[in-house]
Design a protein around this ligand. Structure first.
Ligand code: ADP
Ligand code: MG
Length: 929
């Protein structure tokens, strides 16, 4: 229950409804309820309650698949002779893209599908015979872009609002396709044991019953959702083990009547206090064996339906049809407002009770949307009946139906908003993205935090790296030192050892020599006794060494050795020097690294200062914002920015709900409180965001005719024109040009714009703009000026036509359509002037070279472009002075085509008349045969 209501916004009491097409007759609602027990067990039963609920002049068709949980519910619904058996069904939450159970609060537009969102499709009804005639001269009020899943709702000639839906079904969509995209997934999950809801909502006559309830006995292809759903259900169950029972009821003026037994006219709703299950034990149930028996039941019910025709649509009923088989299908009454619908016969009382059920539905949706603890389910039978289906476990699909007629634009807008709310989508969230100092400050804070964290991270990485490098360098240095010391020590001890050994050897040799020489001396003494010469000891000792060659050799060897050692020492010394040098190098590396560290620290300091500055800027911003607020507070009672916000917000969606008048009043109130002068003064604010904000508010105000005079009086037009030169911002250009376009609807303002050089300003904006929407606004403004008889010459003189033609470089159809409209306006004024004899000679459009583009686009695929050009051609062709150029430029072929194929009768005959009355054209056509 809850999730179902959750997504609906109570806009079904729209503020406007066509005064020209009153409703008569009696509304009728049919409720068909199936109850399908657990199919995975062996013996199953399926209960189908068909309840037609006729309420009053409101028409909404809802189909809800409802898994009637448990045997208790089934047992209660059993007719005396029914074969339905009691089952223990277990409720499951539906997965997938349709509304699924408890996850109702999540919302996602993904096709992948998140449980909990109501899937909303919009379906456009083709023009009916009456509209073909009555609306022949008007474009449809909606334009569908099915491939983009978008719907454009026209606001005026140059502006429209765009909405996204899950599915966009054009007037050509077949019933089969509608069933497949809207209901089939729901039926499939019903067969899997989930609850499901399919609901149609829309103005009477837009095709709710056609979509949901069409039987299609004459044309199989026209079968609606109920019939197709039953076919799939029958195909999906085995009647050997399952049974399907049907009841068919109607809710009308808060009374439930049995359509299978008209005498049973006040069925009561019974609630199980323990489980909260709702059932209708008094309703007749008939068991379904095959599709044929189902159709019989539906027809029997139809025969009993309390329906009355309306002038709006002779087949339309004001009933709700609900089909239940774990599936509830509800056909609600029309969404238009009763007191304007001109309902006949069924009076105020009926109106009230329809209002009761539908407003109760709305209140529940509201309460659920606001997470209110109290959901006023008990306020009406409709909400009580649908409660089972909205138990938070159903998959839900909503199809909203709209008609094409521009006369019902208000109603269509309200239906679209209902659908949008039902989707609870991002495009509502987008609207909240208004300028807000607090959130800006929050965003900046977060950014700041991120920057600081990132800086700290980098710093840490850097410091770690330095540490690592330093450690590495120190390690290398100490390794080198240690190696050096070790090597030196090794060398030294080696040489010492060798030296000592040599000394020892020398000493030994010396001792040996000594001994030998003593012996020799003794021998000599014994030989030469007579000799006087007594050689002293020294002489006798040295001389033998000097003369001893062996000794000499030893000494030489020793010297060589010494030399080698010295060399070795020298090498070591150079090695030492080398290692000193590399040590110095390393320490210079360290110095460098230190310096880098210092730099980094310096950088950090600077960044911190920057951050400080940013913070103080932020602070100043909020102080300024507060200041502005205070200043404005002292002038009015609202804060200007929040005032602007609400103005912007509210003026953006003036038709968004049923309290339109209320909204307008509050806009007007806020407008008064904030003060137009204050808003206009903000157009020159220093802060670009404030400027954008202000220009948006002014543009939204300028969209309301009632405000336009005030805005111009207060100098708003001048300020807007100034913005076109003073600002470089494309958003400002776009919004300002849009506002100027809106103001340029009145003749007085057109003159003012011209007098202030507006055409040049707009032309300049056009030549520098790239955004198609900016160009569209500029072209729209110029197009409006083109429709002023008095301004033709001046407009052309200031380059207005050239500017329009320049904009066709952007091939966007929205832009082209505005250009075409401007050209058509201009041609029309010229044609008038020529007819009055005020103007002679060739068209200025032709002079300015517009003809080739006109001819090229006369058959443009966009109807909005084509229509204007066709008119322009007809106007140009009125005057012989243009005939030669038109013939040479190939326009005759286009005129012939228009006179034959143009869907607009008036243009077609105008083209025909023109061709037949012009001598030049006649001659040319004869020439061409
Ligand atoms: P509602 O139930 O919303 O009041 P209906 O379903 O009774 O509207 O439709 C009104 C009329 O328009 C019916 O004659 C119906 O056949 C016709 N109609 C509605 N939708 C379509 C459609 N998509 N294609 C053709 N005819 C349609
Ligand atoms: Mg209907």
């Amino acid at each position: 229950f809850f999730f179902f209501f959750f997504f609906f916004f109570p806009t079904f009491l729209p503020s406007q409804f066509s005064r020209t097409l009153p409703l008569t007759g009696i509304p009728l609602a049919a409720t068909v309820a199936f109850s399908l027990s657990d199919l995975s067990r062996c013996s199953h039963s399926l209960t189908l309650d068909l309840a037609a609920m006729a309420t009053s002049a409101f028409g909404t068709t809802t189909a809800t698949s409802n898994y009637r949980n448990g045997g208790a519910a089934n047992a209660r619904n059993l007719p005396k002779n029914s074969s339905v058996k009691s089952k223990t069904g277990v409720r499951k939450s539906a997965p997938g893209s349709l509304g699924g159970g408890g996850a109702a609060s999540s919302s996602s537009k993904d096709d992948a599908g998140v449980p909990g969102r109501v899937r909303v499709a919009v379906r456009l009804r083709p023009r009916n015979a009456e509209e073909m005639v009555a609306d022949a001269d008007f474009a449809d009020c909606v334009e569908l872009q099915p491939e983009l899943k978008r719907l454009k709702l026209r606001k005026n000639n140059w502006d429209s609002d765009t909405y996204e839906f899950d599915e966009v079904l054009t007037e050509f969509a077949s019933q089969k396709r509608v069933y497949e995209v809207v209901a089939k997934p729901v039926v499939e999950s019903v067969l899997d044991g989930y609850n499901g809801t399919v609901m149609a909502y829309g103005q009477t006559g837009t095709g709710k019953t056609y979509t949901v309830g069409q039987l299609g006995d004459e044309d199989m292809a026209a079968r609606g959702i109920m019939v197709r759903a039953m076919e799939d259900i029958l195909a999906g169950v085995s009647l050997e083990s399952d049974s399907i029972s049907v009841s068919y009821m109607q809710l009308y003026m808060e009374t439930i009547q049995d359509l299978l037994d008209p005498t049973n006219d006040n069925i009561s709703i019974v609630e199980d206090h323990k489980t909260g299950d709702v059932s209708l034990p008094g309703a007749t149930q008939v068991e379904i064996r095959d599709h044929h028996s189902f159709l019989e039941i539906l027809k029997l019910g139809e025969d009993h339906r309390f329906a009355a025709n309306t002038k709006l649509n002779t087949e339309s009923s004001r009933s709700h049809a609900i089909l239940m088989a774990k599936l509830v299908v509800v056909d609600l009454a029309g969404s238009e407002r009763i007191h304007k619908s001109g309902s006949e016969g069924h009076t105020l009382e009926e109106a009230k009770s329809i209002n009761l059920s539908l407003s109760a539905l709305g209140k529940c949706i509201n309460a659920l949307a606001e997470n209110s603890p109290h959901i006023p389910v008990r306020d009406s039978k409709l909400t009580r009946l649908l409660r089972d289906s909205f138990g938070g476990t159903a998959r839900t699909s909503l199809v909203i139906t709209v008609g094409p007629s521009p006369r019902h634009r208000g109603e269509t807008a309200s239906t679209i908003m209902f659908g949008q709310r039902a989707m609870k989508v991002e495009n509502m969230l987008k609207l909240k993205e208004e300028f807000d100092y607090k959130s800006l400050s929050r965003r900046l804070d977060i950014q700041l935090d991120k920057l600081i964290a990132e800086h700290e991270r980098q710093q840490k990485i850097f410091e770690d790296e330095i540490e690592r490098l330093t450690a590495e360098a120190e390690r290398q240095l100490s390794d080198a030192e240690r190696n050096y010391v070790q090597a030196l020590e090794k060398e030294r001890s080696k040489y010492q050892k060798e030296y000592l050994e040599s000394i020892k050897k020398l000493e030994e040799k010396w001792t040996m020599n000594q001994r030998k020489s003593v012996n020799d001396e003794n021998k000599l003494r014994h030989k030469d006794v007579g000799s006087n010469v007594l050689p002293n000891a020294k002489e006798s000792k040295v001389a033998p060494i000097e003369e001893n060659p062996e000794m000499k050799k030893l000494l030489e060897k020793e010297t060589a050795h010494r030399k080698a050692v010295e060399e070795e020492v020298w090498t070591l010394k150079t090695q030492l020097a080398e290692s000193r040098r590399s040590e110095a190098l390393q320490s210079s590396e360290i110095v460098k690294l230190r310096k880098m560290l210092d730099d980094e620290a310096h950088q950090k300091e600077k960044l911190e200062m920057e951050i400080g500055k940013l913070q103080s800027h932020l602070l100043q911003l909020s102080v300024e914002a507060d200041e502005t607020r205070r200043q404005l507070d002292s002038g009015g009672s609202e804060e200007v920015l929040s005032g602007l916000d609400s103005l912007l917000h509210q003026s953006r969606q003036p038709q968004s709900d049923n309290s339109e008048t209320g909204d307008k009043e509050s806009v007007a109130k806020l407008f008064e409180q904030v003060g137009l002068h204050k808003i206009l003064s903000l157009l020159e604010a220093e802060d670009a965001d404030v400027r954008i904000h202000a220009v948006k508010v002014v543009a939204n105000l300028a969209a309301e005719e009632a405000n336009q005079e005030k805005i111009v009086e207060a100098g708003g037009l001048t300020s807007l024109l100034k913005l076109l030169i003073s600002s470089e911002d494309e958003t400002i250009h776009r919004v300002a040009a849009g506002a100027i376009a809106n103001l340029a609807m009145s003749e007085t303002n057109q003159e003012l714009i011209m007098a202030q050089g507006g055409v040049r300003l707009l032309s300049n904006t056009a030549s520098s703009a790239e955004d198609p929407q900016t160009l569209r606004m500029v072209a729209g403004a110029i197009a409006n000026l083109c429709g002023n008889d008095k301004l033709q010459m001046k407009l052309r003189g200031e380059g207005g036509i050239k500017a329009l033609l320049g904009m066709v470089r952007c091939r966007h159809p929205d832009v082209l359509s505005q250009v075409a409209r401007g050209i058509a306006n201009f041609a029309k004024c010229e044609s008038r002037a020529s007819a009055q004899g005020v103007k002679a000679g060739r068209s200025l459009l032709i002079e300015d070279g517009a003809l080739p583009w006109i001819v090229q686009n006369a058959n443009n695929e966009a109807a909005s472009v084509r229509r204007h050009i066709e008119l322009a051609l007809c106007h140009l062709a009125q005057h012989e002075a243009n005939a030669r150029d038109m013939i040479n430029g190939g326009a005759v072929w286009e005129m012939v085509r228009i006179s034959r194929d143009c869907p607009r009768e008036d243009i077609r005959s105008l083209a025909h008349r023109t061709l037949t009355s012009s001598h030049s054209f006649q001659a040319e056509m004869r020439r061409l045969g």
